[in-house]
Structures are given as C-alpha cells and as structure tokens.
Design a protein around this ligand. Structure first.
Ligand SMILES: [Zn+2]
Length: 203
C-alpha cells in the first residue's frame, strides 16, 4: 500500500487550521505539500513488510566461514539512524543501532545491515520494535537464530516536553537464540556496546 500524499496534504492543512493559524499565509501555503513529500520519504518503510525488506537486501556470501570458536560473532557497531515514535509521531534522534550475529553459512554485506536499519526506522515505531524488526529481517537473510540488536536513542517526545531531560537516552536490547541463552555471549555483547570512557562530573 502506497502512502496517500493527497490525504496527508488535506489533514496537515486541517491541523494548521486547528492550531489557529492561516494555512493560506505565505509561510504556510506550501507546508501541507512539503509535509506530504517529507512523510513519503521518512515513512518509506511503511510500504513494505519485514519479508519484503529481507528480500530487498538479501545479498549474502556463502563462502566457507572459519570462525575461531563457536562464540565468534559478526558485529556492526553504531549505525546511525532515526525514526518517529508511534505514540507522538515525534522524532527519535541521535539514534544508533548495533547489530551482531553468529553466522552459520551465510554472511551479509555490512552496508546491507545499515540499509535494513534505515528502512525499519522509516516507520512509526517503538524503540523495542526497531530492534525486533531488524533481528527478524536479519534472521531471514542469514538464516541463523543467533541475532542481537542494541538500539540507543533520544526521543523528541521526552526531550521537548514534560520534564525536559534533554540528555535522556534510551537503550534497548533485542536478544535472540544464543544471545539470550549464553551468558558469556550476552556479557560480551553488553561490553562491546558500553562506553567506559565518559566521566560524569555530576557523580
Ligand atoms: Zn513518543
């Protein structure tokens, strides 16, 4: 299903009126159209299911993978991404995804993982679901259960209203297969995604 840009134009105009502004004034007259075109872009991922995204980026290498031991993981750290929260339609920013998996036979190109994160972010999301969507798509492509996704992000709905905790970031873990069961594997992942170098002067 394609995004209905005409309907978005109409409703954004209605929101401008509801805010008490004049949608025909100079600064606003093109706003409904701009928002419609922006939404088509930033919500592109809503046009596709996880299965379709997996098919889109299904480029794997099935070379003989020689891992030194069976806990060796492929890890792609700090992929920049953004998304919009489904509760407020507010931007989730300063967001990074770290994706790890233990390959069985298939390895995916690193740039493809970034493309998957990007596409999954282009939906109305919850931070937890960004993690589980990326994990599900990756499981389909590399055909392993052993996938972990760590998402860190700042939510505009928290930093721009209410108690303005502008430094509040949220970190979520999605652990599948052995990342869930194997304590050593799990702690290695946590170690890889924790920064030890910051000293907080407030402590
Ligand atoms: Zn929100």
């Amino acid at each position: 299903m394609a995004i209905d840009q005409d309907a978005i134009r109409k409703h954004i105009r209605g929101i401008l009126e509801a805010l008490g502004d004049d949608p025909d004034r100079e600064g606003l007259k093109d706003t409904p159209d701009r928002v419609a075109r922006m939404y088509a872009e930033v919500f592109e991922g809503m046009n596709y299911t996880n299965e379709e995204i997996a098919a889109m980026f299904n480029k794997t290498f099935s070379e003989n993978i020689e891992m030194k031991n069976d806990r060796d993981m492929v890890i792609v750290k700090d992929i920049d991404m953004f998304s919009y929260c489904e509760h407020h339609m507010a931007l989730m920013y300063d967001m990074t995804a770290t994706v790890a998996y233990i390959p069985k036979n298939k390895v995916i190109g690193l740039s493809k993982i970034a493309r998957i994160a990007d596409m999954v972010g282009k939906r109305l999301q919850l931070q937890e679901r960004i993690g589980s969507d990326i994990a599900e798509i990756l499981q389909m492509i590399v055909e392993t259960e052993d996938v972990a996704v760590v998402i860190e992000g700042t939510h505009g709905c928290m930093t721009s209203r209410g108690i303005k905790k502008s430094s509040a970031t949220t970190k979520t873990y999605t652990l599948r297969g052995r990342f869930k069961e194997d304590k050593e594997l799990k702690s290695r992942l946590v170690m890889e995604t924790t920064t030890h170098s910051t000293i907080n002067p407030q402590n």
